[in-house]
Design a protein around this ligand. Structure first.
Ligand SMILES: Cc1cc2nc3c(=O)[nH]c(=O)nc-3n(C[C@H](O)[C@H](O)[C@H](O)COP(=O)(O)OP(=O)(O)OC[C@H]3O[C@@H](n4cnc5c(N)ncnc54)[C@H](O)[C@@H]3O)c2cc1C
Length: 458
């Protein structure tokens, strides 16, 4: 497999992506981690730096960064998939706010490690601007700011921008206003995950690539090349989790797809803005996300690819021509300066993990020594670092502010068996798409989409 072809990002790292040696045979460790994306590597990193005497082994089916960590939109944000009001309803206002503050701190923490370890990944904390381009979207922007205030966030966390302020940051077509938060950094995702893999090795972690784990059980991770025995086994496989025995209904893999333009000329950037390399989106229902890359491209993605029956994950699903056409069209609508033929040079995609109750979680079962983290619903770049630090504390038996956060040891229910799962996920997508189309036609907020969001507990 040519790993460079998996994403624009993996094609622009300064290394050949030759796999590290596979597991040579049976081995013992203190902690074995399955999966070398951000979750697995942050866990290894924080464990190894907190206790250099620990023997830590990471097993990866392909190469570090093969999964979503080498393919994502590069928003290292403080976004958490469960909204602040939903967290407050379940856990109380203070714990909900503590979760949000921990996420904000996580953005800064990732920046600190990137600097300390010399990981050259185009990191820049320029915040996020989420545009409102219809009255319905403006209503949601206002409501989001009001809700944030009610739950203890202040203007330093999230503000409403008027049309002129919003356009000054991101001069998209038809901007009526925006929300802006400083709590997001832009990153070259593959440089981050590959740099992290080198960093963990420098700290003494063993990383074996092309080593698929065929079974996880208490005390062991089994591979075709041998078994790693360890009192703690961490599952860090996110959207790929259903491929493990017994995990078919743990997570639904949902695909997100992206395009990248050719590098754009300086005069085009003068028209678009994003001078602070703010990540950008708008307040539609079906999520879109973009960034201005360090080499002057627009990297732009969206959800909306179909969920595949039986939670199947396959390289064939990374590419959906209809979704790429739609992304190109939306990019042209946002920025007409790109012309009728938006100059796209790369297209790609990948799976992310969604739990049945939309809740990300991290945890360790002390009885079995089995740990896990994931279900980030597309917000995993930052959240995986918080997961890694939390797992490091849980595994070392350290009680900390992190180990009492509301997502720790949360158990999501399993997804329904098929065909119900397929029907539910794809029907949800359809509701959101038709709501956006209706709002674009008549400007009025969609009641069906609002009802669907409530159904999800948002
Ligand atoms: C197109 C796209 C855009 C996204 N944009 C953003 C964004 O802008 N911001 C954001 O916060 N999040 C974003 N996300 C989500 C984010 O990328 C993920 O949440 C995050 O990368 C998850 O990291 P992870 O390590 O848990 O999983 P992954 O990166 O998917 O890593 C899992 C690893 O486990 C390995 N593996 C799987 N099964 C086995 C096995 N049996 N044995 C051994 N290894 C195994 C895989 O090969 C893979 O390397 C996006 C996702 C996608 C797909």
């Amino acid at each position: 497999m040519r790993y460079q072809e998996l994403s624009h990002w993996l094609s622009t790292v300064d290394e050949p992506l030759d796999p590290r040696p596979s597991l040579p045979g049976d081995a013992d460790a203190d902690v074995v981690i399955v999966g070398a994306g951000y979750t697995g590597l942050w866990t290894a990193y924080h464990l190894a730096t907190a206790d250099p005497s620990l023997r830590i082994t990471v097993l990866e089916a392909e190469i570090a960064g093969y999964g979503a960590s080498g393919r994502n939109g590069g928003w290292c944000s403080a976004l958490f998939p469960t909204s602040l009001p939903a967290l407050a309803r379940r856990h109380g206002r203070d714990r909900a706010l503590a979760m949000q503050r921990a996420m904000q701190e996580t953005v800064r923490e990732v920046g600190r490690v990137v600097a300390a370890e010399g990981i050259d990944c185009d990191w820049h904390q320029g915040g996020t601007v989420v545009l409102a381009r219809s009255q319905a979207q403006l209503g949601r922007a206002r409501a989001e700011v009001a809700t944030a205030r009610e739950h203890g966030l202040d203007p330093d966390d999230l503000v409403l921008l008027d049309a002129a302020e919003a356009s000054a940051r991101c001069a998209a077509e038809g901007v009526l206003g925006a929300t802006y938060t400083p709590h997001c950094a832009v990153v070259h995702p593959a440089k981050l995950v590959r740099g992290l893999a080198r960093a963990v090795e420098r700290h003494g972690v063993r990383l074996h690539e092309r080593t698929p784990v065929t079974a996880i059980r208490a005390g062991a991770a089994v591979t075709p090349y041998g078994t790693v025995r360890a009192p703690v086994v961490v599952r860090a496989t996110e959207g790929y989790t259903p491929g493990l025995p017994g995990q078919r209904r743990a997570i639904a893999p949902v695909y997100s797809l992206m395009v990248a333009t050719e590098p754009l000329p300086a005069q085009t950037w003068d028209r678009i803005g994003l001078a602070e390399r703010e990540t950008f989106s708008d307040h539609r229902h079906v999520i879109i996300y973009g960034q201005r890359t360090a080499d002057g491209r627009l990297a732009f993605g969206g959800r909306g690819a179909p969920y595949h029956f039986g939670s199947r994950v396959s390289p064939a699903y990374d590419r959906e021509p209809a979704v790429f056409r739609a992304l190109r069209r939306v990019l042209g609508e946002l920025f007409p300066v790109l012309g009728p033929e938006v100059p796209v040079s790369h297209t790609w995609g990948g799976p992310l993990g969604v739990a049945r109750d939309w809740s990300a979680s991290v945890g360790l079962d002390r009885a079995t020594g089995l740990g896990w983290a994931g279900g980030y619903v597309g917000d995993g770049v930052g959240t995986s670092n918080l997961a890694g630090r939390t797992l490091a504390d849980l595994i070392r038996g350290v009680d900390s502010d992190l180990t009492t956060l509301p997502w720790v040891n949360h158990r999501s229910p399993r997804w329904e068996p098929e065909p119900l799962r397929w029907l539910a996920v794809n029907a949800g997508l359809k509701v959101m798409f038709s709501a956006d189309a209706a709002e674009a036609r008549n400007g009025r907020p969609s009641r069906r989409a609002a009802a669907f969001s409530r159904l999800l507990g948002h």
